[in-house]
Design a protein around this ligand. Structure first.
Ligand code: ADP
Ligand code: ZN
Ligand code: ZN
Length: 752
């Protein structure tokens, strides 16, 4: 064992972002690894700090008596993956611009001691015959939730309690009642063991279609051969068999002795999908989600480290699972913005997946019904392989989509928020006892209050954000939580004509109730889901057919399958077109396509009505026609012309300070630094824009400025980032810059 360890101290100050040398005490020799989290004395007072080991040496540049001892280790257990993690962190620091500490924190998964955790599971206690009889009773009494649970347990008889509550949408009272009736047992076990046991593995063995077979064979050939292209993109609508392909690829990889990471946006991970994975991989699969505690997360990671699992399913952070031989990383719904980390380092899971696969000699598989512009562009340019799945395997037809032109509705005297077509169809569904989903597209919009006399908009005094009107006449800032009472007179001109723009979910719920007094309506938005568990409660009650109409924001669009839904109405489809960033059309297209896909998932045919003021807009036209390629072709022209990703790379340098002048000065200087780099080079390797006030010019009393730099080469932007980093480090020592903070966002996913 070497004498010294190099340790990065866990302090956010940029200046301390370098390794410090510590002596390894006798009793820790042999138990420290690269990536270990340790405790060390630091600073003048010798305060105890946490730090990460990034390397070892036998020599130190300082006299031995000046070097302090490592005090203790926080993580136990061997970690052969630590080296890779530290290398990955170093790569992220360079590529995204952040401190080494932040990068290490994102990457290194061992945070504390591993304690055995308890898991609660639900077990079917009756035999198949009695279960069948019971099911008939439940169905007769229309006890939908009980029937749903029983059916699922008849397939897989022991299942995690949390899964059943969160993903199958079964409430605790239902579980209690079934327990008291002796149908199920609820047990608590304490172990590292996976909470699921599966009796008959492989019962779900579909024969792959020729299209599917071709993908699986192609990806496995890439994995086992020495091909240059190691990323594949599967473009296929929902129900076209993508998940089946992922499972088959992962099976092959596991057979080759490798591990697999499967990323799914948490909100899109359905119960059915999870069961399919459990059926194939049994105890060798584990699920990560945000409701797990830190302890439960390290528990999963510890199992991966010990080689007890082969497959992990989870959101972005599951990427960093400490497997030692990763064969494949799958990213489902790869266009989703939740794959972008929005705090430093601002990385995209797709790029990290490619890097990790490269380190392990593995492959990456991306899948989506509406691929990101990036991935499709790369696939068309030969960097990724492109595969198409063109048939829906679920039976059921694609929904019929029609566009309602709301300008025409107004001309014809319809002043409500519902088009005539939509009203007729809602009525029809209510009569047939089928269900309706109404999706209010309010991305980038809040129910602001404005004066019709002078145009004044009421804004938060701390953030440059318009306040939203809530019931009870409260005005609320959705960023910092600031509240004030609604005003009766315009504070600018004194006019009485000040009011909210009537397009919030609450108002729509009220007008719905007025038109359809007999309909049961559920509303799902930021307000009704604030309490823990309420999101699940609304979904389960809709799944149990306790309501006819589910009205909500984009949170209702993803993942959930409701077989009785045969009509989807999209209100204000164009709202998200005006979110003010270059991805607005792409996001709108994906949202509308996804929302439309909610109708007619089972055997009943479905209809979709898209209400819009811009029926001729290309994002809306192509979404209505469900034509991805058509959308891509038009969008890429715009990206090329204006030099936006994926045609170019874009770096947003974000500058904040409580002092507006300081922020402005620093941003101006950053622009000059960029210009200095270009000077004399022909053709110029990039263009700098700004500085400008950020889209949100003030947030929580911070003034925000942004400088954009565009280049066709990512490396050129890294050079610019390095310049800005050294400038920011110098700034720390000056009176006019000590409070200025700089962040980097490469190829940003959202406006700032
Ligand atoms: P996606 O992930 O694209 O939505 P899935 O893999 O979930 O598609 O497939 C949709 C449905 O079709 C599922 O019910 C699945 O069991 C079924 N399915 C998939 N592949 C096949 C196949 N080769 N043969 C029969 N059914 C299949
Ligand atoms: Zn006014
Ligand atoms: Zn605010």
């Amino acid at each position: 064992m070497p004498k010294y360890a190099n340790v990065i101290i866990d302090i956010s100050a940029g200046k301390l972002d370098r390794p410090f040398t510590y002596r390894i005490p006798e009793y820790l020799k042999g138990s420290l690894h690269t990536g270990s989290l340790v405790e060390v004395p630091f600073g003048a007072g010798g305060k105890t700090r946490a730090g990460y080991i990034v390397g070892f040496s036998d020599h130190a540049d300082y006299p031995d008596e000046k070097i302090k001892d490592i005090l203790d280790i926080r993580t136990k257990g061997s970690d052969s993956t630590g080296d890779k993690s530290v290398r990955l962190a170093a790569w992220m620091k360079e590529r995204y611009g952040s401190t080494m500490t932040s990068a290490l924190k994102a990457v290194i998964t061992s945070r504390g001691q591993v304690k055995p955790v308890t898991t609660k599971e639900v077990r079917l206690l009756i035999d198949a015959e009695s279960a069948g009889e019971k099911l008939a009773v439940y169905n007769r009494k229309h006890q939908v939730a009980r029937a749903r649970l029983l059916e699922s347990l008849m397939e897989v008889p022991v299942q995690p309690y949390s899964l059943i509550c969160e993903k199958l949408h079964i409430s605790a009272p239902v579980l209690r009642a079934m327990k008291e009736a002796g149908v199920i047992g609820i047990e608590t076990t304490s172990s590292l063991r996976n909470p699921v046991t599966v009796e008959d593995a492989g019962s779900d063995s579909n024969v792959l279609s020729p299209q599917q077979r071709k993908i699986v064979d192609g990806v496995i050939a890439d994995l086992t051969g020495n091909s240059d292209v190691r990323v594949s993109l599967i473009h296929g609508i929902t129900g076209s068999g993508k998940t089946q392909v992922y499972i088959s690829i992962i099976e092959e990889a596991v057979r080759l002795g490798k591990q697999a990471i499967m990323l799914i946006p948490e909100i899109a991970l359905t119960y059915q999908t999870l069961l399919r994975f459990y059926r194939h991989f049994g105890e060798r699969v584990s699920v990560m989600n945000s409701s797990l505690s830190e302890g439960e997360k390290s528990d999963q990671w510890e199992r991966a480290r010990r080689g007890e699992i082969d497959v992990i399913i989870g959101p972005r952070s599951a990427l960093f699972t400490p497997f030692n031989n990763i064969g494949v990383i799958v990213i489902d719904e790869e266009h989703e913005s939740s794959y972008k980390n929005e705090s430093m380092p601002k990385y995209h899971a797709r790029d990290i997946a490619v890097k990790i696969a490269e380190m392990h000699g593995g492959v990456v598989v991306l899948g989506s019904a509406t691929p990101s512009m990036e991935s499709y562009y790369r696939a068309l340019h030969g960097q990724y392989r492109l595969y198409e799945l063109t048939e829906r395997l679920t039976g059921g037809t694609l929904p019929k989509v029609c566009i309602a032109d709301m300008k025409a509705e107004l001309r014809n005297g319809n002043r409500t928020i519902f088009s005539k077509k939509l009203q007729e169809m809602i009525e029809d569904r209510l009569e047939k006892k089928e269900q309706v989903m109404l999706f209010l597209n309010r991305r980038g919009y809040s129910g602001f209050v404005s004066c019709r006399s002078c145009g004044h908009v009421i804004k938060c005094p701390h953030c440059d954000i318009s306040l939203s009107l809530h019931t009870g006449s409260r005005l609320v800032c959705h960023y910092c939580g600031y509240e004030q009472r609604m005003v009766s007179l315009c504070p600018e001109c004194g006019s009485r004509y000040i009011s909210g723009f009537r397009a919030g979910t609450e108002q729509i719920e009220q007008s719905l109730a007025a038109i359809y007094p007999k309909a049961a309506i559920l509303r799902m938005d930021a307000d009704t889901t604030r309490k823990k568990g309420s999101y699940e409660k609304i979904l389960s009650s809709f799944a149990n057919e306790e309501a006819d109409i589910l009205l909500g924001t984009q949170m209702i669009v993803k993942g959930h399958d409701f077989p009785k839904v045969t009509l989807v109405g999209i209100l204000l489809a164009d709202m998200s077109l005006h979110a003010g960033d270059y991805r607005a059309a792409e996001r709108t297209f994906a949202l509308l396509t996804q929302a439309a896909g909610r109708a007619g998932r089972a055997m009943l045919p479905g209809d979709v009505v898209i209400q819009t003021y811009e029926p001729e807009n290309y994002a809306i036209r192509h979404a209505a026609a469900q034509d991805y390629r058509g959308f891509y072709e038009e969008e890429i022209v715009y990206r090329n012309l204006l030099r936006y990703p994926p045609a170019y790379h874009l770096l947003a340098v974000q500058v904040t300070s409580q002092n507006e002048e300081h922020a402005q000065l620093a941003a101006g200087r950053i622009r000059e630094l960029a210009d200095a780099r270009i000077r004399g080079i022909v053709p110029a390797p990039f263009i700098a824009i700004g500085p400008a006030k950020a889209g949100i010019a003030k947030l929580r009393d911070d003034y925000r400025y942004v400088v954009y730099i565009k280049s066709d080469k990512y490396d050129t932007l890294i050079g610019c980032k390095d310049d800005v980093e050294s400038y920011a480090a110098q700034l720390q020592d000056t009176p006019s810059g000590g409070d200025v903070r700089v962040q980097f966002d490469f190829d940003p996913m959202s406006g700032w």
